[in-house]
Every structure is written in C-alpha cells, then in structure tokens.
Ligand binder design. Structure first.
Ligand SMILES: Nc1ncnc2c1ncn2[C@@H]1O[C@H](COP(=O)(O)OP(=O)(O)OP(=O)(O)O)[C@@H](O)[C@H]1O
Length: 323
C-alpha cells in the first residue's frame, strides 16, 4: 500500500501542497484531478522521491520514499514514473528503448516481452524506427511501454494520454489500464480527462489551493459534487436555486448536469433559447434563465429567442434529494 501522511511542500516559501494525506492499496488506481497549477505534477514528483519532504511521510509497504538528500539516484526499482516530458533515448529504436532495462541474460524472454509491450501500445510498425523520428504521441506510447517493461509494483502517470489523438486514445487507455489491473500494479494518475477517471479509478482526489477538497470514488463524487470545480470536471453543469426546482433539500442551490434537464409542458423553469452548439449526437443548448445562462441538451437545435419550460429528470431529482 502507498501511504501519504500529512505531507506539505513548496518550491519556495509559497506552499504548493498543504498537509496532504491519502493511501492507495496494492493494485488500485487513484486519480488526481485539479486545475492547472494546483500541484498534481508536484505531488507525483514527491511520490517518486524527486524532492525532499519538509513535512510528512510517504511510504510504500512500510519503506519510506526519500528524496535526493538521502538517495544518490532518484527513484526506486519498484516504482516507475512517466512524466509529461518523456525521457527517451532519441538515437535508438522503439524496440531498444523499451527493452533497455530488460535483462540480456534471457534473450528469448526479452524478445517476447518487448514484442508484447510494443503490441500493447500499438507501435508494431515503428518497432525499428529511431525514437527521434516519432511524433509526440508515439513517443508517449514508448514511454508508457518502457515504464511497465520491468513490471513495477507502482506506476505514476502524469497526463498519460495527453499527446495521443482521440482516435487511438480509447483503445490505448483500455489496454493499459486493463494490463495494470491484471498485473496488480498500483497506479496514480494525474489527469484533466474524466475519461481516464470515471471508468477506471477506484478513488479520486481533487486538489485545490494546495489542499484535498474531495477524496472519494468517482461515482460518489459524480453523484454528489459538492463544489463547482468537481461538477465541471465531469460535465457541463448549472447551479440552480433549489426553490426554482421545487426540490426537497436543505441546500439553497444545487448542481444540475446539463443532461439532467428536460422539456415539460408544466410551469417550471421558463428559459429563453440563446445558442445551439452541435455536439455530435446532441446539441448543447444555452438559454437564459433570470439573466443567467443555463445549459441543457436536445437532439435538434431550437429557435433562438423561443421560450421553453424545463424540469429535472426523475433520476436527477432522486440524485439531488439524496445530497
Ligand atoms: N520546478 C519548479 N520551481 C518552482 N515552481 C514550480 C516548479 N514546478 C512547478 N512549480 C509551481 O508549482 C505549482 C504547481 O505546479 P504543478 O506543475 O505541480 O501543477 P499541475 O497541477 O500539475 O499543473 P498542470 O495541470 O498544468 O500540469 C505551479 O504554481 C507551478 O508554477
């Protein structure tokens, strides 16, 4: 288990991380989300032992993770870290980069393992290409494959698919996360992408102003986002007064995802259509409600300035009244 106990850190006098604690069990995946600059990468670097900790402890199975003051070489054999800048060897091939840290004593095993990893990240046609000739997304794939080559006990991933196009991202993400689960590799992922989190993370933490403002399963946080920052990570959302929705809740206002509003003929939220945004399978509609924007989805565009009534779906009502 990874245990992070009350750690604080700043590059200068300014605190970047302020008394952070969490734990990740063996084989579990934890996602770290938060606005740009909230300290996600810094936290991953601390987990890796890149810096000395002025306060708090990080332990992997009772072994303290220590910084450069205590370690000549940063990092540990049981842990791999894929940073936003991947540190590859440009003048050797994809295959050589991935196999670099695999033992030469077992050439057949090395060959089998390298081939398996190249297939996992879908780079078969680039096997013998020098890394300097690859695109950013292809380099990111090599970095991911290299990180899991020697099967670490724990892997730290910083925006692991940021350079990979949508077309290939879904498959790679599924393959990689499935692989980590099968091999019981603990994984900590810093990300801006909800698709990395919702289907795969066992737990997630939300960083804001150096502190953890939420720590729970993605499902619980999705259903009960207590802050706009959390709701906005998951989807387009609205903040609406509970009284405007006739809701039985003690909260003065509630977060309603755009897909949770539907048309009604009854007197309800009366809104005036302002914009239609094509979103593929649906249109996101921006309307005006009491001089504020409100967002909902519809399967066709609506006439500008048309007035319609909206209400909550029954599922949304239940979700919100449980809060
Ligand atoms: N080496 C450094 N020296 C000084 N300040 C730094 C250093 N690295 C990061 N910072 C500062 O620390 C804060 C947190 O940065 P960090 O990169 O951890 O954020 P992040 O949440 O990962 O951001 P992003 O989502 O944009 O990658 C920022 O204010 C950043 O400017």
């Amino acid at each position: 288990m990874l245990q992070v106990q009350n750690i604080s850190f700043g590059y200068t006098k300014k605190t970047i991380l302020d008394h952070i604690s969490f734990s990740v069990a063996q084989g579990e995946q934890l996602s770290i989300i938060g606005e740009s600059g909230s300290g996600k990468s810094t936290l991953l670097k601390l987990l890796y032992g890149t810096y000395d900790l002025p306060e708090g402890d990080i332990l992997w199975k009772d072994q303290p993770i220590l910084g450069p003051k205590y370690n000549l070489v940063i990092g540990y054999d049981f842990m791999k870290y894929v940073a936003q800048e991947f540190d590859l060897m440009p003048f050797i091939s994809v295959k050589e980069n991935i196999g670099k840290f695999l033992s030469n004593f077992f050439p057949e095993e090395k060959e089998r393992r390298t081939t398996e990893l190249i297939e996992l990240v879908d780079l078969v046609e680039f096997t013998d290409v020098k890394v300097k000739l690859l695109s950013g997304g292809q380099k990111q794939r090599v970095a991911l494959a290299r990180a899991i080559a020697r099967q670490p006990e724990i892997i730290l991933l910083d925006e692991p698919f940021s350079h990979i196009d949508n077309f290939q991202k879904q498959t790679l993400r599924r393959n990689l996360f499935k692989y980590l689960k099968e091999k019981n590799i603990t994984c900590v992922v810093a990300t801006h992408d909800r698709e990395d989190v919702l289907p795969y993370a066992d737990q997630m933490i939300v960083l804001n102003d150096g502190k953890i403002i939420a720590y729970d399963t993605p499902e619980n946080l999705y259903k009960q986002p207590e802050k706009p920052l959390i709701a906005s990570f998951f989807d387009e959302f609205n903040t609406i007064k509970a009284s405007d929705l006739n809701l039985e809740t003690t909260n003065a206002s509630v977060f309603v995802y755009a897909h949770e509003l539907q048309f009604t003929k009854e007197a309800a939220l009366e809104v005036e259509i302002k914009h239609n945004y094509f979103r593929g399978h649906l249109y996101l509609i921006e309307a005006d409600f009491n001089s504020e924007s409100i967002f909902f989805y519809n399967n066709s565009p609506l006439n500008i300035n048309q007035v319609v009534n909206l209400k909550l779906t029954e599922t949304a009502k239940k979700r919100i009244e449980l809060q």
